[in-house]
Design a protein around this ligand. Structure first.
Ligand code: PHE
Length: 457
């Protein structure tokens, strides 16, 4: 094959880990996780979430890596390459569609984060109080023009990085910036812990009150686990297809899931003490991050610099996650439809920009399109979110587990995940396989049946 047609790959195990973590860590940790904990009753939600990560997240991530690396193809082409029956390609098509749905609202929130970097640099948050923090957030959202401009800037930057390619774009950016993000979030958490009344926040985050556990809460935790680990839509199939042949993919799944959960918990520790200390409500909803973090850094030495740094790194996290989302359709269009990389990137991000406007104009009850209801009472923004996280990702995950558990040879699975027998991990593989075949799919089915009211618990 000519050199220019050679498929790109990540260059080292280090790069594999950071790129995958770059996909997992994003607005899910810093924005979604804290506000979902806040609206779903604290510690109990955290506990179910962590169980979902272990019982469902890690096994399904391993399945996606298996499909990706064995086929070395995009989410649709992978199933063809593995000689799966025709219908399995649906997973790839569904995943590609889900990538668009998520990107519509994700790029909007990423736009808010970018605008906060800019506002923090301008010194807009000097002397901020809890009430001015919410007014500032409101004005960021309602726009109407500025949030759209920020959303376009985000997607523009994502396009530039993706046009640079897997190695020069994705790998370079994630490898440099993920470690910095980790350090910054620790600083933030430590600062928040020193606020007066911090223990109330910690108590909310870690105290498990089982009476809070209802079917919808469990479904939300499961949906969050998929969203957080970028599972169920072919992102990890696509990234797996760029993995090095000697990567221990089970270890990578576990390391990514643990690091990601740790970052989420640190974000919770950064946010909840501040919520209680400044008299905000934990159930504030999607604005939680934007209202608390400026307060956390107000009134401390170097506070404004740390604030800029925090939002800058959140912007990075959002961007690297978005990159992995956009790469799913881009890999499909280039490999299956023969488009050039630049054209595929621009085509994908243009659609995201145009339809993404609907999300941006419906993000707040006073936004221009807020009164158009799509799913139940939900507007565009919430419907894109609900449909993708709570429905399509778990269904995608279920199909992936069923495909690997029941329609692939166990030997093939074991051979690929032991790097053709060179890793000494037969026992771990047997355990993961049992999870894939019996535990994950059944949990997914039970949670679904419950959410549509067939099976009550
Ligand atoms: N995991 C990312 C986050 O937590 C979101 C994401 C979902 C990225 C699906 C890619 C695919 O922010």
């Amino acid at each position: 094959m000519a050199e220019k047609n050679k498929r790109e790959m990540f260059s080292t195990g280090f790069a594999v880990f950071f790129a995958t973590l770059g996909s997992a860590v994003g607005l899910g940790n810093i924005w979604k996780f804290p506000y979902l904990i806040g609206t779903n009753g604290g510690g109990a939600f955290l506990l179910v979430y962590l169980l979902c990560v272990i019982l469902v997240g890690i096994p399904i991530m391993a399945c996606e890596f298996y499909i990706g690396r064995k086929s070395r193809k995009n989410a649709v082409g992978a199933f063809k390459k593995l000689d799966a029956a025709k219908g399995w390609k649906t997973i790839g098509f569904m995943g590609t569609a889900t990538a668009f749905l998520i990107a519509f609202f994700y790029s909007c929130v990423a736009g808010w984060v970018y605008s906060y970097v800019f506002k923090a640099i301008k010194g807009d948050f000097v002397g901020v109080t809890s009430s001015t923090a919410s007014t500032k957030f409101m004005s960021t959202l309602v726009g109407p023009l500025s949030p759209i401009v920020w959303q376009f800037i985000v997607l523009g930057i994502v396009s530039i990085i993706l046009i640079a390619g897997v190695k020069n774009g994705i790998e370079r950016i994630t490898k440099t910036l993920m470690p910095v993000l980790f350090i910054l979030i620790i600083i933030c958490a430590v600062r928040s812990l020193t606020l007066p009344g911090a223990s109330q926040g910690l108590n909310f985050l870690f105290h498990v009150d089982f009476s809070q556990l209802t079917g919808p809460v469990i479904l939300a935790a499961l949906g969050l686990a998929f969203f957080k680990l970028s599972l169920g839509m072919g992102t990890m199939i696509t990234y797996g297809s760029y993995f090095t042949t000697d990567n221990n993919m089970i270890a990578t799944s576990a390391k990514v899931a643990i690091s990601d959960s740790l970052i989420s918990i640190l974000a919770g520790i950064a946010i909840f003490p501040a919520v209680f200390s400044f008299g905000l409500k934990p159930s504030e909803g999607p604005g939680l991050l934007f209202m608390t973090i400026p307060l956390v850094f107000s009134k401390i030495p170097f506070g404004s610099i740390l604030l800029v740094a925090f939002f800058f790194l959140s912007a990075i996290a959002a961007t690297t996650a978005l990159i992995s989302m956009v790469q799913v359709p881009v890999a499909y269009f280039t490999e299956e439809k023969g488009m050039g990389r630049t054209k595929a990137v621009l085509f994908t991000t243009s659609i995201m920009m145009v339809v993404g406007i609907l999300a941006t104009l419906s993000a707040h009850p006073t936004s221009a399109l807020a009164n158009i209801h799509i799913i139940g009472e939900r507007g565009f923004f919430d419907s894109f979110d609900y449909l993708s996280s709570n429905i399509l990702l778990p269904i995608g995950g279920l199909l992936i587990a069923v495909y690997v558990g029941y329609f692939t040879k166990k030997e093939d699975f074991k051979l690929e995940l032991s790097n053709q027998g060179t890793l000494n991990n037969a026992l771990v593989l047997d355990v993961i396989y049992v999870f894939i075949k019996f535990v994950s799919p059944f949990l997914l089915i039970i949670v679904f049946l419950n959410s549509i009211g067939i099976f009550k618990f």
